[in-house]
Design a protein around this ligand. Structure first.
Ligand code: SF4
Ligand code: SF4
Ligand code: SF4
Length: 350
């Protein structure tokens, strides 16, 4: 790898281009990222805990939100992975599942529906009340959607584009990383993220002294500063040592898969085809399209409903996308003004 600053803005890079090369890395490994398959997430939160443990992030408290079995609520300066628990009731059609009061020998009412495979059954959720309804009757279905959210490590990253200090930089792995000791806490990056990921730390609550092997993880005491911006680094320190990010390492179901972004895109497309073939028509990919408003992401997702259901923007756009055109227009307008002023000055002298 040949190191350069990695600070070059990337809002002029064409969508889907190699972000490490666009940022000045002349030799770099394949772009690294995540594919999070929410259809096999069990909501254990091992990823959240592993992230906090590795990065010495303070706890968020044990208070449940009241709206679900979630206690963290959203991504933030101390929550770099967040597992959303979405409890969903929706209209469905009875598959003729037997009710609890029905004798086992009675079997399901009406014709038996074809047995879906495990993934498809879990993705469809459980047919709820009333159990024992005849096949085809309208029923209400209940399901839990669980999804482990994280920084998207965008190809065109608004946070990185607006950072005035170079604290946010593009790593040789194509990821977006914050340097704690350079961040001045200006907060420009916070509204520049179309996903609401990056956040400023309040009260400097990190306990660096008790963190895991700081000499290996590269934790910096500056991380304890008030107001500095924080988010997932895609475990830059672990990648540098050839290790898997802590969250992917801890996930027991392989809902979080880590690897080369191009290969992950293929894996995600194959999984989508398999799920849709099993009847999960609402399955879709998020972040896997290099032609989207952020040039595709380094962290893509397989969702089982609309992105809004998971709290994700349906059509994210990097806010700096139109800056080059705006500067061109401003330069043209300034040129026209100067030209007009010069002409009127010359006209007066005659
Ligand atoms: S998701 Fe937000 S914080 Fe993460 S790289 Fe993209 S713009 Fe930056
Ligand atoms: S890659 Fe590392 S920093 Fe990012 S969410 Fe996973 S464990 Fe946390
Ligand atoms: S560790 Fe894996 S299965 Fe558990 S909540 Fe995180 S993504 Fe889901």
């Amino acid at each position: 790898m040949t190191a350069t600053t990695g600070h070059r803005r990337n809002f002029v890079a064409p969508p889907g281009s190699d972000p490490a090369a666009d940022s000045g890395w002349t030799e770099s490994p394949a772009r690294q990222g995540f594919f999070t398959d929410t259809s096999i997430c069990i909501g254990c939160k091992a990823c959240e805990v592993a992230c906090k443990e590795w990065n010495a992030l303070p706890a968020d408290g044990m208070d449940l939100l009241g709206s679900s079995y979630d206690n963290t609520g959203a991504l933030g300066a101390t929550t770099w992975r967040h597992v959303a628990f979405i409890e969903q009731r929706r209209p469905a059609v009875s598959l003729g599942m037997p009710g609890f009061d029905r004798p086992a020998s009675a079997g399901p009412a009406g014709a038996a529906a074809p047995a879906p495979d495990g993934a498809a059954a879990s993705a469809r959720g459980q047919a709820a009340e009333p159990l024992g309804a005849p096949v085809g009757d309208p029923v209400e279905e209940f399901r839990w959607l669980m999804s482990s959210d994280v920084c998207k490590h965008c190809t065109q990253a608004g946070c990185l584009d607006v950072c005035p200090t170079g604290s946010l930089f593009r790593s040789e792995f194509g990821t977006v990383v914050v340097q704690d000791d350079i961040c001045n806490g200006c907060g420009y990056c916070v509204p520049a993220c179309p996903f609401g990921v990056i956040d400023r730390r309040e009260n400097g609550a990190a306990t660096i002294a008790t963190g895991p092997t700081p000499e290996i993880s590269g934790l910096h005491p500056e991380r304890a500063k008030d107001g500095i911006a924080q988010k997932c680094t895609l475990c830059y320190d672990r990648l540098d040592a050839g290790a898997t990010p802590a969250c992917a390492q801890a996930c027991p179901t392989q809902s979080i898969q880590f690897g080369d972004v191009d290969e992950l895109r293929e894996r995600a497309a194959a999984r989508l085809t398999a799920l849709q073939g099993a009847g999960v028509g609402e399955a879709r990919l998020y972040g896997a399209d290099p032609a989207d408003g952020v040039g595709g992401t380094g962290a893509m997702f397989l969702l089982l409903d609309e992105p809004e259901v998971y709290g994700l923007p349906p059509d994210p756009v990097v806010p700096t996308r139109d800056l080059p055109a705006m500067w061109r227009q401003a330069a043209l307008a300034a040129g026209a003004l100067l030209g007009g002023a010069a002409l009127s000055f010359l006209g007066r002298r005659r």
